[in-house]
Design a protein. Structure first.
Lengths: 125, 125
DNA sequence: CTAAAACCTGACGCTGACGTCAGAGGCAAG
DNA sequence: CTTGCCTCTGACGTCAGCGTCAGGTTTTAG
């Protein structure tokens, strides 16, 4: 890909982004409002996104699913975009990691209790 | 333990239950309101609980942590209390189990992405 | 007996990631 | 041209598990 091609990369509108990422149009606007996603604007004011916006939104969804807030994600986005962190960010990364790991353990425990009941009630129809 | 002792089991008030289970008094009242927890009443109207109420609440917390709603828990409580289930309950048990398992997988994926960044940024201080 | 601590019943508030509705403009096709 | 779909900006609604405040009764400690 040449520099010229990169400069003329095809931009897509919000509907295509939303469908591509499997979220609602409302959600995409919300991400922008939270400072997660920046969009260019067409002369008439419509949002225009680059292709990688879809991957970014998928990443947001993954972090949301892991229990991170929009605020936390904005604070940690530079770690992904620049590959560099300061001490505060490293502390946040560790804290989130530990919280998620604890959550996994909780879920596993709950899973075991459900499986016990399933096993018992399946043998006693 | 004799039958007479069982009949005169020491009942505890809501504050002791809450402290024992590590939740707020408000939370315990909420569980009753949702139909999760029944309490006797003293002549003056105060709630009186048996000791096992604490274990029940710990169980509720575990299910909440696993993403079950109060409604779902009430629907599945008979499975624990009676050890018996009908077809609908078995379907719910399986659905919840699968949902939790999927959630675990999501969290593991997020965990891996965080660990990648932690590993990279720790080697690039 | 009295003061503090604990309990009661409403009932409104909070949080976060959106859903949803209103009213208005933009854009390719027939 | 106009039909129909897409997009825009507010702004209020939702849900669930409580937090919190108000105003009053009850139990306990000294």
């Amino acid at each position: 890909m040449t520099v010229t091609e990169a400069a003329t990369e095809r931009l897509i509108r919000i509907g295509e982004v939303a469908r591509g990422a499997g979220v609602s149009v409302r959600a995409v606007r919300y991400y922008e409002q939270q400072g997660l996603l920046v969009a260019e604007r067409s002369p008439s004011g419509q949002r225009l996104y680059r292709q990688d916006a879809i991957a970014r939104i998928r990443f947001f969804q993954q972090m949301y699913a892991a229990g991170l807030t929009s605020r936390r994600i904005t604070e940690l986005l530079p770690c992904w975009d620049s590959g560099h962190t300061d001490a505060e960010q490293r502390a946040m990364l560790r804290a989130e990691r530990d919280r998620i790991q604890a959550k996994v353990d909780e879920l596993q425990a709950a899973l075991n209790r459900l499986d016990e009941v399933i096993a018992i009630t399946d043998t006693h129809p």
